[in-house]
Design a protein around this ligand. Structure first.
Ligand SMILES: Cc1ncc(COP(=O)(O)O)c(C=O)c1O
Length: 410
């Protein structure tokens, strides 16, 4: 191991990053080295309270002993053999996901965007199989403000001009409806629709919850037009809202649901959960992935999913989430000129600043606080689900300091 004198400094690492890494990210001006609980430490030993969780990934925080043990145990046994062979952890995970959801079957992959690609392929084949008479039945409908990923299929259903423009032509057969507007949805969903994809709570789009009426209306429109309903719960699912699934309690279930981010607490994984009606059209050879669902990642995901789906864990998310919501609304009363609107539930919240969030994020770094944006103007709070009320108090203190400073500058 390199000693102090031979280790690169943060400035050197950042300079080198600038030379050798493709510049697709604007990264923060420091280098993270380790994490513990809900705290991250940079190479200078500075501590940061983490309200980003690696973009809604590290649900159990950092250095969780059970996650560490799961990685170690499985790494000693078997990391990868490919999907040509059976392994126990993959089946254990799928069984749990099926038991705790609407779904009958699961497809496992490596990321959120891959789960979206798979869901698009499955629903297109499902529509084609059941409607061979309609060669046009391949359209996918998504909504304004949606974010479903960066690969070509997911990008096509992510209607943001700056993301799409450089990469046209996109996958054809995509229509966009207005989020939370059933009349608009009814105009774009029709006999040629194969699937409708929606986030029950939009993440990147600015933390916007779909209304119960909207999701129920989409279910109706899908049924009327024999189209599949896909819920993208990659960001809002798996306990983030305080319920295991964000669509729970809304009286509507999808035909497919995509998951990813927190499922293995930071190891790459994605999943598509589906009904048997969808599953039965897929045959060996229709889809696949070399790395997907390897024993290491699925064993860790099983451990993580057992923890997250425990009612006591979800009750904790509801409790701290409710407290976070109340605290943010109080903060808004204190800083009405800085905070435009507060949106969210559970532990997914957006502070709509009405101005670019980048300044607040930068000042957060100085205060030892990590947050991210959702779109340009919304400060997004998606902390590890294990945060405490005390962590919330610290967050509010730090944000208060930042807003006070900004008010003075204004
Ligand atoms: C709702 C939603 N869908 C899909 C994705 C894409 O996931 P990934 O970045 O793992 O490809 C994201 C990522 O932020 C997301 O929030």
């Amino acid at each position: 191991m390199a000693n102090e004198s031979t280790q690169q400094t943060a400035a050197e690492i950042i300079a080198l990053e600038n030379q050798v890494i493709l510049q697709t990210y604007k990264r923060a001006p420091f280098v993270f080295e380790r994490g513990e609980g809900v705290t991250l430490y940079d190479t200078n030993g500075k501590a940061y309270l983490d309200f980003a969780a690696g973009i809604a990934v590290n649900a159990l925080g950092y250095a969780d002993p059970e996650v560490q043990a799961a990685i170690e145990d499985q790494a000693k046994k078997l990391i990868h053999v490919s999907n040509l062979f059976h392994t126990r952890p993959q089946v254990e995970l799928a069984q749990l996901l099926v038991e705790k959801s609407f779904a009958d079957r699961v497809f496992l992959c490596n990321s959120g965007t891959e789960a979206i690609e798979a869901a698009i392929k499955f629903s297109r084949k499902w529509a084609r199989t059941h409607h061979p008479e309609n060669e046009q039945k391949y359209e996918i409908v998504s909504f304004t403000g949606a974010f479903h990923g960066r690969t070509m299929g997911a990008l096509a259903v992510t209607p943001r001009e700056s993301y799409q423009a450089p990469f046209r032509p996109l996958m054809p057969g995509v229509a966009t409806g207005k989020f939370n507007d059933l009349d608009s949805a009814a105009q774009v969903i029709g006999p040629n629709t194969a699937a409708v994809i929606v986030e029950p709570v939009q993440g990147e789009g600015g933390i916007n919850s779909a209304t119960k009426e909207f999701l129920q209306g989409l279910r109706r429109l899908c049924d009327q037009n024999q189209a599949a309903l896909i819920f993208d719960e990659i960001q809002c699912g798996l306990g983030r809202t305080g319920l295991l699934w964000a669509h729970e309690g809304l009286g509507v279930t999808p035909d497919l649901m995509t998951l990813a981010k927190p499922l293995a607490n930071g190891l790459p994984i994605g999943a598509v959960l589906m009904t048997n009606a969808v599953a039965e059209v897929m045959k060996p050879g229709d889809h696949g992935s070399t790395f997907a669902a390897n024993p290491l990642v699925t064993h860790v995901a099983t451990v993580v999913f057992r923890r997250i789906s425990d009612p006591r864990f979800l009750a904790h998310v509801c409790d701290v989430g409710g407290y976070l919501g109340e605290s943010l609304h109080r903060l808004r009363e204190q800083y009405p000129a800085m905070i435009h609107e507060i949106r969210g539930r559970g532990l997914i919240w957006g502070i709509d600043l009405g101005v670019p969030a980048a300044d607040v994020i930068q000042q957060g770094y100085a205060q030892g606080l990590v947050t991210i944006n959702a779109g340009e103007k919304v400060l997004r709070l998606v902390p590890p689900l294990v945060i405490t009320r005390k962590n919330v108090d610290t967050l509010v203190e730090k944000l208060g300091l930042i807003f006070t400073q900004m008010e003075v500058v204004k």
